[in-house]
Design a protein around this ligand. Structure first.
Ligand SMILES: [Zn+2]
Ligand SMILES: [Zn+2]
Length: 263
């Protein structure tokens, strides 16, 4: 399994526009964060999880040439708004729609923002999407499995995702945008090779995990390795990498363009 961190910034990205971003070292490229998403290659099948407003540039920078399945974790703008740029991926499959799996609210958001896209096949070069409610287990072509558990995130539920690759036994948990993990999500992710988890900032937030809350979840779930995502300018690369050094399980920060191979 290969995981590409397309973006790991909070909903406004890092650095914030029209703001001093105090304490943030902009000479450190890993402090420049586009909005959060990942691309997962599992049993040779390409799964794109969320599409940030920077999705087009993320695809170009990371050499993404194929999207077979799309999973939308939830309907917030920083995860939905890049979906129109799936159009070239549709053209590359002769106009056939890309299947989108999400929560009922997430699918409703897609219908509202991209009503012209809801077709099995496009001949016009526009994006084509078919919408499917995500169940607890999604079987992918090639044999990969994605299990999901709902996570609390204010007024919206978010899909917590665990990818399992039968040929290698690799397991990857992706828990973005959540205020907490649930017992079901912790059980799904227990002992995973990698867990990427929301860790917004040091101070409390009503709908996101703080860094300390994320670290407590990592200590409970005990994946083999953990990485923090969806971070604000307050979580600087050098300062937090030093703070996390030596932790067990091994824990660090995501950065845009990071690639991890499992199995
Ligand atoms: Zn978000
Ligand atoms: Zn959100």
């Amino acid at each position: 399994m290969e995981i590409i961190v397309m973006g790991c910034g909070t909903s406004q990205g890092v650095p914030l526009p029209a703001h001093d971003n105090p304490g943030l070292d902009l000479k450190e490229p890993r402090n420049w964060r586009t909005r959060a998403s990942v691309h997962v290659v599992i049993e040779g099948h390409h799964v794109q999880v969320d599409a940030a407003p920077e999705f087009r540039l993320q695809c170009i920078h990371n050499g993404i040439r194929q999207v077979d399945t799309f999973i939308l974790t939830h309907g917030h703008a920083d995860h939905v708004l890049g979906m129109d740029d799936l159009r070239q991926f549709c053209s590359n499959r002769e106009g056939w729609a890309i299947p989108v799996h999400s929560t009922p609210v997430g699918l409703e958001r897609v219908r509202a923002v991209f009503p012209y896209a809801l077709t099995e096949r496009t001949m016009s070069g526009y994006v084509a999407l078919t919408l499917h409610e995500m169940g607890g287990e999604l079987l992918l072509p090639g044999g990969g499995v994605v299990r999901s558990a709902p996570l609390p995130h204010g007024r919206e539920e978010v899909l917590g995702l665990v990818f399992e690759e039968p040929s290698t036994g690799a397991r990857f948990a992706y828990f973005t945008d959540c205020k907490a993990l649930t017992p079901e999500a912790r059980a799904l992710a227990a002992g995973a090779d990698l867990m990427i988890i929301d860790a917004l900032r040091p101070n409390a937030h009503p709908t996101h995990l703080t860094v300390d809350e994320a670290l407590a979840e990592i200590d409970t779930v005990r994946p083999k390795r953990a990485l923090l995502t969806h971070m604000t300018y307050q979580v600087g690369w050098a300062e937090y990498s030093a703070k996390l050094a030596g932790r067990s399980p091994e824990t660090g920060l995501c950065h845009d363009g990071m690639r991890i191979s499992l199995g």
